[in-house]
Design a protein around this ligand. Structure first.
Ligand code: BGC
Length: 735
């Protein structure tokens, strides 16, 4: 083809697609290739670069010059329609190829309307709720110029010392997969280019949650079986839900850093799962390959990451600085660079960025804090809080209680409930528990408040005032837990106890003899043994977002019947960690009377609260478990059904959970694995049969030769209200 014909074809291709919004996959590929054909090496490397704005959402003025030269493909943290438009105008009007900038931000559990932390939301066992909260977050984010969220975070976490446990769906791969896919659907919808959607990012690929000792950024060492069965499933679910991007994690996996890991980035993600979006590194994780000791310098780091499959580099600039040299030295191939650029451009086209690069500045605030969103935040928070204890039905409280002492460092705190990743949530929009309670009680009820102590320091100077208030009241509610800055990233803790003097405050209030209720506001499981043994009622409210105070009041006063379950095991003490429900049997399972079995001398082996546990103001009975057949073929289907009945006095929701165990297999299998759950709403006295289907998808595992197999033999099936409270039956998978 002569040069001018070739040029004409390119122009035609470009023109043909500028006009169409509903391009099929072929036309996107044509547009990508046409553009790629015109790009210089510098422009290609530019697309692979993401840089950070300034802390407050502004862009860095020097980045405009990079955009003008086509050397900056994406930013993070820049937001606000005026900011993003100003940058975008430079890209669209002043750069040679007019490739729009992609604006990303961590919209983890809300942008301005803040929803409960993802860990809490997972406790609702209702993925549809997470889909709705992500959809609100997407709409708010899109309106302020953002097109990409670094969420969902789908890391399985079995270690509550790790502060980032707050950001994921907890310890279970099946629950995690359900929430991963719901969140992707919520953020992206069926078309992430729609004006109320954003591109999602499954992170952190992979095993970041397995950091040794729960210390953030630490290394991991995991068998391929554990990776495939525990850590991969939520990511696979995100791919199946159509997620557009992945983020490679900070940690090393079996000696190979995740940001240079060909096995995870290319073999699994591309070859096995056929992911065609792009992978962004985590913050400077490309350059950090030097610290990991797998690259001698930045040049080697760039080659290792790009060759392994990290397409876009966040913040460090190794690709841009050394890309040309690496090409010359043949340490990088032109095809590798082209493929990374292609993946990024593909997503930019699918996002519709070329056709709609700007954001309507006049409409920017229209989507923020809409009344429906605030209502939803309250509803979801109420459905995410777990009633841990309620002796003598001390809860719910009477709105005419007469006098209530509201006590504790978190009773009137506006920041903690927003969690670590608070998006652009504002403290002034937080309803604190104190405000929620005051708004709820009857005008005759006197509500008094004393802080008692701080979360983190050792002063007890405020105790006496708090004790006096409790003594003068009919009931005391104590709000204790964690501040936002001791959960989340770089917030690992070696203790899971309540920080500071908070336990002593609870003890002082309890010593008054007044009925005492503890409400926890925290981002991870805590070892609260004394409270569990002594205080009659405990509500785990997590970090419940903007509306948490109202949602807490809804539950405390019975407008909402608590229904959430724990998405993660609560240890008795940090020394039990890691403790999770789906552990492998040992040759010597624990026995009370036998010393030489797998247990502790100084603690029971059981956790404080098991996975899946949570109470209600009513009672449920799960009974009459039935299987559709005693035996099924390996590729067959089994229907499992059970009755659930509300035997109490109030309407309520029960989360019926289904677990299996492969009793004898060619490899040790977990004692239990969650393979189904259903939330059922029942009136008092109402009974319903719920049904689950088990297939080879649920029954198999990765064998010694790393093949997914369903082995013949006996299986147990268990249904119940928590992982520790089940009824069971057996069936067989035939030869
Ligand atoms: C975190 C990511 C986050 C990124 C950008 C990193 O430190 O690990 O989860 O998306 O920063 O803010």
């Amino acid at each position: 083809m002569k040069r001018h014909t070739c040029f004409a074809v390119v122009v035609l291709l470009l023109l043909s697609t500028v006009t169409s919004q509903s391009q099929g996959p072929a036309s996107v590929e044509q547009r990508v290739n046409a553009l790629l054909a015109r790009m210089t090496l510098a422009e290609k490397l530019g697309q692979l670069q993401q840089l950070d704005g300034e802390g407050n959402g502004n862009f860095r003025p020097e980045h405009l010059e990079l955009i003008r030269k086509g050397m900056l493909g994406s930013t993070l943290n820049v937001r606000g329609a005026a900011n993003t438009n100003q940058m975008q105008r430079v890209a669209m009007n002043e750069s040679r190829l007019k490739i729009p900038v992609l604006f990303g931000f961590d919209v983890i559990h809300g942008y301005r309307t803040i929803f409960p932390i993802p860990l809490a939301e997972a406790g609702s066992f209702d993925p549809a709720l997470a889909e709705r909260s992500a959809a609100v977050a997407a709409q708010e984010a899109n309106n302020v110029g953002l097109r990409w969220t670094f969420a969902p975070m789908v890391d399985i976490a079995r270690d509550p010392r790790w502060g980032r446990i707050t950001e994921g769906a907890g310890e279970d791969p099946f629950l995690g997969a359900a929430f991963a896919s719901a969140r992707v659907r919520g953020f992206q919808g069926s078309d992430y280019g729609a004006p109320d959607k954003v591109l999602a990012c499954a992170k952190h690929w992979v095993a970041y949650g397995a950091a040794e000792g729960g210390r953030d950024y630490n290394t991991t060492d995991l068998s391929e079986n554990t990776l495939r069965e525990i850590y991969f499933p939520p990511f696979k679910a995100a791919v199946d839900a159509g997620v557009g991007t992945f983020m490679s994690s900070f940690n090393a996996i079996n000696g190979v850093p995740a940001s240079a890991n060909t096995f995870t980035l290319t073999k699994v993600l591309r070859d096995e799962w056929k992911f065609d979006g792009f992978v962004v590194s985590d913050y400077t994780s490309v350059k950090e390959l030097i610290n990991h000791g797998v690259a001698g310098d930045e040049q080697e780091a760039a080659a290792a990451a790009l060759n392994a499959g990290v397409d876009m580099e966040m913040v460090s600039r190794s690709y841009n600085t050394y890309g040309a040299q690496l090409l010359n030295q043949k340490k990088l191939s032109p095809a590798t660079i082209d493929e990374a650029v292609r993946r990024i451009l593909r997503i930019k086209f699918r996002l519709g960025l070329f056709d709609r690069p700007y954001t309507d500045e006049a409409a920017e605030t229209n989507a923020l804090l809409k009344p429906d969103s605030i209502r939803l935040a309250r509803e979801i928070a109420g459905r995410s809080m777990v009633l841990l204890k309620n002796d003598r039905d001390i809860l719910p409280l009477n709105k005419n209680a007469g006098s209530i002492a509201v006590i504790g460092p978190l009773a009137d705190d506006r920041r903690a409930p927003l969690g670590w990743w608070a998006g652009d949530g504002k403290e002034e929009n937080t309803v604190t528990p104190l405000a929620g309670i005051k708004a709820m009680v009857s005008p005759q009820t006197r509500v008094t408040y004393a802080k008692g102590c701080e979360v983190k320091d050792d002063s007890t100077a405020g105790f006496q005032e708090a004790v006096n208030l409790a003594e003068q009241s009919e009931v005391a509610i104590v709000f204790v837990g964690e501040t936002h800055d001791i959960v989340g990233e770089a917030a690992s803790r070696s203790s899971l106890d309540l920080p500071g003097k908070q336990l002593a405050l609870v003890q002082a209030i309890h010593a008054t003899g007044k009925p005492t209720i503890v409400v926890l506001i925290n981002g991870r499981p805590l070892s609260i043994g004394w409270i569990v043994n002594n205080v009659p009622a405990i509500l785990e409210s997590w970090m419940g977002g903007s509306q948490s105070g109202n949602a807490i009041a809804d539950i405390l006063f019975g407008d909402v019947n608590p229904s959430a379950k724990l998405p993660v095991t609560f240890p008795r003490a940090v020394g039990q960690v890691p403790v999770y429900y789906n552990y492998m049997h040992t040759g010597r399972p624990p026995e009370a009377e036998n010393r030489y079995t797998s247990k502790y001398l100084d603690l029971p082996w059981t956790p404080l609260f098991p996975f899946g546990y949570g109470l209600s103001y009513t009672k449920f009975k799960i009974s009459n478990l039935q299987l559709s057949a005693p035996r099924i073929p390996a590729n067959g289907k089994l229907t499992v059904s059970t009755e659930v009945e509300n035997t109490g006095q109030r309407a309520g929701d029960e989360v019926v959970q289904l677990y299996i165990r492969d009793t004898v297999a060619s490899m040790t299998r977990p004692v239990k694995e969650l393979k189904g759950f259903q939330r059922v709403t029942l009136k008092p006295g109402e009974k319903r049969r719920v049904e689950f289907t088990l297939t080879s998808q649920h029954l198999g595992f990765w064998n010694r030769r790393m093949r997914y197999v369903v082995e013949p033999g006996e299986f147990k099936v268990m249904v119940g209200s928590s992982s520790a409270d089940v009824i069971e039956a057996k069936f067989e998978v035939a030869n």
